[in-house]
Write a new protein. Structure first.
Length: 561
């Protein structure tokens, strides 16, 4: 009798295990084969590097849109389509048109272009010229949080700000990078009409001036607002230049402090204070403009909860890359962008498929946003952040996928930004369910949190994380950090970021770990979509006060109604 009871108990236990297994099998599972298929198409030579505004990128966008449509997702672009067309202006400097003349007590001195200085194109005007006094402003930063005001006691109204590149070392990398991106705004708000940046000896040791000259003929891009004006531009800043450190000594010829003293202070990790330079300068240039457009692709899976479906978890990846190299001597000219970012788009598409296989949609809606122009300065994402197809206050969180390096069996993930918001524990739990741990930022000096598309939504107050494959491998024979570093130094933004070239060097692409990455991405989004409380910036985070808190649920409901 006791034996029969044990058998019965064992049968119940086995039945329970079988039921749990069945439930697990019924959960959506990421497909390595699907990720491979998406990457094979998006990173093919036929798409010619998916450059912003190119035919190849249009084909990639069509592929992405039709994949999302085939899954049954709803269009969330403009006019009932899956597209949000981003109007763009491509600007080029007219060759040899840039001039910089210093006006001193001893007469005028013209600096040689590009040996002594160079300038970019003007996205606002085809011809621009300013003459104004020069004022040194240190790093050109203002921050109450860090007790910095490089403009204190200075009059910049109608003048040209002379500033240092880089950032003070005592400021944490992500916060410093955010401040660095605000330099133009700080200068404009102080009344400046131009900015000249000095290439210091310290910067020369990291990135030689000669390297920058190689990109002089590269066009710059800006998105255009409804009035056809470039977005994100401080229009009163009508002149700009970057000056070699030896040539820059002439800017300080009549100043009370020589430039050599400033450089010595930088060596000593000190913060130079600003002062008048007692000379003026003329900056002039001519530019050509070419207005084009390129699409963001936007789709939505509506949520199931009547009170929460008007809130959106946003999943992003960029579809553009850098096109074809101009060197006709090379047989391998297409920058395929397999890891950057065909891999990220493939993961987003597979995540979308998994959501459509749920028995019931999550409570909140999921917004799938594949953006253009990331390589040109986060343009598609920034355009969306300023022209969202859903109310900006309804976007509660963003998970961004950009360049997952699927060349080794990663054992950890880096979640940039997780330490700034309530998203951190969500990401950690989602990764742990797949046997993956989170690791701290291994490259804090790179300030990666501010260098991809999610940052444009962060600036609108939306908590975000950017996921990257970590530097630890599940294979003890593989050094993940060395492989990642090798990829970055040898293949990043080069024609060899192709499936064929990477396979030859590193072995088979790890589509199986792309599936694990996808599963984690899916887990994060599901949890965020079902959490009762919307995400928030942590009180101790720098971004808590700088970009503001997300809007309340009540505000979202009011906007939706």
């Amino acid at each position: 009798m006791k034996y029969l009871s044990l058998m019965a108990a064992a049968s119940v236990l086995l039945l329970g295990c079988s039921s749990l297994s069945t439930v697990k099998q019924l959960e959506p599972q990421a497909s390595a084969a699907a990720i491979e298929g998406h990457m094979l198409f998006l990173a093919s030579d036929e798409l010619e590097g998916r450059d912003t505004g190119s035919r190849g990128h249009e084909i990639a966008s069509l592929y992405i849109a039709t994949q999302l449509q085939a899954l049954g997702l709803e269009p969330a672009g403009d006019n009932g389509t899956f597209y949000q067309r981003v109007p763009l202006r491509s600007s080029r400097l007219v060759p040899n048109s840039a001039r910089m003349v210093l006006h001193t007590a001893d007469g005028d001195q013209e600096l040689a272009y590009p040996k002594a200085f160079f300038s970019g194109a003007d996205p606002v005007a085809t011809e621009s010229s300013i003459t104004a006094p020069l004022v040194f402003v240190g790093y050109g930063l203002i921050s109450d949080e860090f007790g910095i005001n490089d403009y204190q006691g200075l009059d910049l109204n109608g003048k040209i700000a002379i500033m240092l590149p880089g950032l003070p070392e005592h400021i944490p990398s992500e916060e410093a990078a955010h401040l660095g991106r605000e330099r133009s705004r700080f200068a404009a708000e102080q009344g400046a009409v131009g900015i000249i940046t000095i290439h210091t000896p310290q910067r020369e040791a990291m990135r030689p001036y000669a390297n920058s000259i190689l990109y002089l003929n590269t066009p710059s891009m800006r998105w255009l607002d409804s009035d056809g004006q470039p977005g994100g531009v401080q229009r009163q800043l009508r002149g700009g230049a970057y000056v070699h450190h030896e040539a820059a000594e002439a800017l300080f010829a009549e100043a009370t402090t020589p430039l050599s003293t400033i450089f010595a202070m930088l060596d000593a990790k000190e913060m130079p204070q600003g002062f008048e330079l007692n000379i003026s300068a003329t900056l002039s240039r001519q530019s050509t403009h070419d207005d084009i457009s390129s699409p963001n692709v936007v789709a939505v899976l509506p949520g199931s909860d009547p009170s929460l479906r008007h809130e959106y978890v946003v999943l992003t990846a960029h579809s553009d890359h850098i096109g074809v190299i101009q060197d006709v001597r090379s047989d391998n000219r297409v920058n395929n962008g397999a890891m950057d970012n065909a891999a990220g788009v493939a993961i987003l598409l597979e995540t979308a498929r998994m959501f459509t296989e749920l028995a019931e949609p999550p409570k909140r809606s999921i917004l799938f946003l594949v953006v253009t122009g990331e390589e040109k300065g986060l343009l598609g994402a920034d355009y969306y952040a300023h022209n969202p197809t859903r109310p900006i206050e309804s976007l509660i969180a963003n998970v961004n996928m950009d360049m997952p390096v699927l060349l080794y069996p990663f054992a950890d993930l880096i979640a940039f930004g997780a330490n700034h918001s309530s998203l951190g524990p969500v990401v950690e739990r989602a990764a742990a369910r797949e046997g993956i741990r989170l690791s701290p930022d291994p490259m804090p000096e790179q300030a990666i949190f501010t260098r991809s598309d999610h940052y444009t939504l962060v600036r609108q107050g939306i908590p975000a994380v950017f996921l990257m494959t970590g530097f630890q491998s599940q294979d003890p024979e593989q050094d993940a950090a060395a492989i990642w570093g090798s990829f970055f130094s040898k293949h990043y933004h080069k024609p060899t970021d192709s499936i064929a070239d990477l396979t030859r060097e590193y072995g088979a692409i790890r589509y199986d770990f792309g599936a694990i990455f996808t599963q984690i991405n899916f887990n994060i989004a599901v949890d965020l979509a079902n959490e009762p409380q919307r995400p928030f910036w942590l009180q101790q985070s720098y971004f808590h006060d700088v970009v503001g808190q997300p809007h309340t649920q009540q505000a979202v409901l009011e906007a939706a109604n």
